[in-house]
Design a protein around this ligand. Structure first.
Ligand code: PEP
Ligand code: MN
Length: 344
């Protein structure tokens, strides 16, 4: 159960509600959102479904939900949430957004060239990792702060926003200084301390699905961020590990309508990590547009064969621009199809 109180509620009014919850024997969690105070009651709240919390002073409404993820759920908010990335809107009926860039930032020249290509294709956000989660400790681990300086400069030069991964709490203040969106990588989907820390920043967070993450675990991971009062979450479907080895991962596009049904937060797709081979990326990017996703994140590189990471799944300029021309046509078509779908 979630009790939503008005932002101007007196502390005595909040205490009255809290005292009643305590006397019923339930733990609770208080979240101060931008426009409301949210009290989330933990446990089997069906036992207190008849307690008239609605009648307490300054309570605006009560949401009955038994999901372990509450504020992430559509039960809490029926309308789509739009995530505002320094003026760029993602989600709902906003245009399909592309985030493009290399897997790793390698040099100022490389990320500048990627930014030029990304912009040319119509991307609004520049991606690039400065802290890289690599399978081998001997693989390139990223340029760290130097990389962050390079990507910020390149993005600002071309009027793009920045998305980059934050791997640990220790580097969060540093990464937050340079980026517009904090990316939580697949390997950190259930790093709960990191989720709480990015939650406290209030910044937009792109939450990648874990390599073996179920949708339920993913929604609960988002709840760790929202529970800190941060309602700026973007889900990223990036493929999951299955028995199939023909592709790097199994790109689970069904996650798009499932997340859209269960949560009000936007979902975008990552066809690059989803399939792991450049020649499968464009068809799956188009499928992502057709699935109704709010956007995509895609890896590009001026010379993929020389990339320091994920070159085999990176698109070169020509292939990226070709794909983006198709994405534009399809996303325009989707604008006319979506309202028809929503009407039924
Ligand atoms: C990446 O975006 O380069 C990355 C490492 O992605 P993931 O966390 O999905 O593997
Ligand atoms: Mn990568």
């Amino acid at each position: 159960m979630i009790i939503i109180m008005e932002e101007q509620a007196e502390s005595s009014e909040i205490k009255a509600v809290q005292d009643r919850i305590k006397s019923e024997g339930f733990p609770y969690h208080v979240i101060r959102g931008d426009e409301q105070i949210i009290i989330s009651i933990i446990g089997d709240t069906r036992l207190i479904k008849d307690v008239p919390f609605e009648r307490y002073e300054s309570v605006s409404h009560v949401v009955h939900t038994q999901n372990s993820y509450k504020l992430t759920s559509r039960d809490f908010k029926a309308d789509d949430s739009i995530v505002n990335v320094s003026g760029l809107k993602i989600g709902g009926n906003e245009p399909f957004i592309t985030m493009a860039g290399p897997c790793s930032i390698e040099s100022q020249e490389q990320i500048m060239e990627c930014a030029r290509i990304a912009k040319e294709g119509g991307a609004k956000v520049l991606r690039g990792g400065a802290f890289k989660p690599r399978t081998s400790p001997y693989a390139f681990q990223g340029l760290g702060e130097e990389g962050l300086i390079y990507i910020r400069k390149a993005a600002d030069h071309y009027g793009l926003k920045v998305i980059t991964e934050v791997m640990d709490e220790a580097n969060l203040p540093l990464v937050a200084r340079y980026t517009d969106i904090l990316q939580i990588g697949a390997r950190n989907m259930q790093n709960f301390k990191l989720l709480q820390a990015v939650g406290k920043t209030g910044m937009p967070v792109a939450l990648k699905r874990g390599i073996a993450g179920t949708i339920d675990e993913w929604l609960n991971a988002a709840e760790y961020i929202v529970a800190e009062g941060n309602f700026n979450i973007i889900f990223v479907e990036r493929g999951i590990r299955t028995y199939e080895t023909a592709t790097r991962n199994t790109f689970d596009l069904s996650a798009v309508p499932v997340i859209q049904k269960l949560s009000h937060f936007p979902i975008i797709v990552d066809p690059s990590h989803g399939v792991g081979e450049w020649d499968y990326v464009a068809p799956m990017a188009l499928a992502g547009v057709a699935s109704g996703a709010s956007g995509m994140i895609v890896e590009i590189h001026p010379e993929p064969q020389k990339a320091w990471s994920d070159g085999q799944q990176s698109l070169n300029e020509k292939r990226y621009l070709n794909m983006m021309a198709q994405v534009d046509v399809l996303s325009d078509t989707m604008k006319t199809i979506k309202p028809i779908q929503n009407d039924i």
